[in-house]
Write a protein that binds this ligand. Structure first.
Ligand SMILES: CC(C)(COP(=O)(O)OP(=O)(O)OC[C@H]1O[C@@H](n2cnc3c(N)ncnc32)[C@H](O)[C@@H]1OP(=O)(O)O)[C@@H](O)C(=O)NCCC(=O)NCCS
Length: 382
């Protein structure tokens, strides 16, 4: 066996796989999907075009995109029998917990991918991405005892998700805002949920298992839970005259300002710049307040941590945009799952195409091994 290799806590900086799905260049403030600038895609492409890029490897021409939209819209259906179970599923916990349960019940063929041809795996991956917005929206409505809103295949994923969740078709600007958010969050390096989905896939398990594991990892507050906290903060600040005193008191109390700082980026998070422009295009008092908060927060954080270069991260304007289009904060993490399912499934297909079981080691630090003859292994005493 190869000698054990100690790596940093949290595997920070460790390369654990090869991927051609996308990359994050933290110092340069750049991230891309298969070589295409993700912020540029958010400005110019549709969600479905980005989905095609991730799953099929290329940006589609107009005809291919039309077919892909039609084919994937046909997969956007609530599985038979699930509607009756929704009230029970919705009561099983917060939307992310319920989404796990719903996906498990959704009736996808649960055979290990090892038993499937590559085409069958790819088809399952598309179906899981198509199903996620349907299930997330239906769960949300079931919490209030409302029946699901049936999907509308004529709409794109973003607009239909908002319609299925809120019951109202968003106007073009709101639909586009959500679409830009979805595009910007489909993939982002080897984050915890992507790694988790690949670990599960590496065992040969069925694709739903990998999808559910991805949701489980994303549900933690250190990963997918922050944007609703930004809305709470803005609500708490309330008016523009309270921005500076609120932030100063908040930081003096040793608290962090939500939506600032990042583990990888030392520049402005490129996702933030796009979402700020999106929020500004919608406009209104909340956006004006957010712009003020950002300006003052950056000024204060710069004077407190001149070395850290704490900048605005994706969560700040993501929270603002999702709130402006009428999505409830409790649904923000599940909205993140709607987009990230695209990335997880692209990674799972990549893992399956050149699989090796992911099976690291741990350095044992517990009591020493109790020998059968009653003596203890050297090193440690109880
Ligand atoms: C995102 C985050 C977890 C990154 O953490 P990190 O790179 O590990 O940063 P560190 O925890 O090493 O922080 C370094 C210093 O900057 C401070 N800092 C980092 N982000 C801060 C923030 N948003 N507000 C105030 N201070 C912050 C820390 O308190 C720490 O100061 P200290 O050395 O005096 O304790 C962190 O910036 C944070 O908690 N941000 C707020 C929550 C948020 O927006 N999450 C969404 C992330 S996409």
């Amino acid at each position: 066996m190869a000698p054990l290799l100690d790596v940093p806590p949290g595997l920070e900086g460790v390369v654990a796989a090869e991927t051609a799905v996308g990359d994050v260049l933290g110092d340069a403030g750049v991230f891309h999907y298969r070589g295409h600038s993700a912020p540029e895609l958010a400005r110019t492409a549709s969600f479905e075009a980005v989905w095609h890029l991730l799953h099929h490897g290329t940006r589609p021409d107009p005809d291919t995109l039309r077919r892909f939209r039609a084919d994937t819209a046909a997969l956007r259906v609530l599985p038979p029998g699930l509607a009756e179970a929704l009230p029970l599923i919705a009561r099983s916990g917060p939307p992310m917990a319920a989404l796990r349960t719903a996906l498990s019940l959704a009736g996808q063929d649960a055979r290990p991918w090892l038993d499937l041809a590559p085409e069958a795996r790819a088809a399952q991956a598309l179906r899981l991405v198509a199903l996620t917005p349907v299930l997330a929206a239906a769960i949300w409505r079931a919490r209030d005892g409302q029946p699901p809103v049936p999907p509308d295949p004529a709409l794109g994923v973003a607009a239909d998700f908002v319609r299925m969740a809120t019951g109202a078709t968003p106007d073009e600007r709101a639909a586009r805002a959500v679409e830009q958010y979805l595009i910007l969050t489909v993939d982002h390096g080897f984050n915890a949920s992507t790694f988790t989905a690949r670990v599960v896939a590496s065992t040969g398990a069925d694709l739903t298992a990998a999808a559910v594991a991805g949701i489980a990892a994303l549900s933690g507050p250190l990963h997918g839970g922050a944007p609703s906290l930004v809305v709470d903060m803005l609500r708490d600040i309330g008016t523009r005259d309270r921005v500076r005193p609120w932030l100063e008191a908040h930081l003096a109390a040793g608290r962090r300002v939500m939506g600032f700082g990042h583990r990888v980026y030392r520049t402005e998070d490129p996702r933030s710049a796009v979402l700020k422009a999106t929020a500004r295009a919608i406009g209104g008092p909340l956006v004006e307040l957010a712009v003020d908060v950002e300006q003052v927060a950056l000024e204060i954080l710069d004077s407190r941590y001149p070395e850290r270069r704490l900048r605005t991260n994706v969560e700040f304007y993501a929270g603002v945009v999702l709130h402006l289009v009428g999505l409830p904060p409790a649904l923000f993490p599940a909205t993140f799952a709607v987009s990230r399912m695209t990335g997880w499934m692209a990674h799972v297909l990549e893992q399956a195409a050149a699989n090796r079981l992911i099976r690291p080691s741990a350095r044992y630090v517990g009591p020493s091994w109790d020998r059968q003859d009653g003596s203890r292994d050297e090193g440690r005493d109880e």
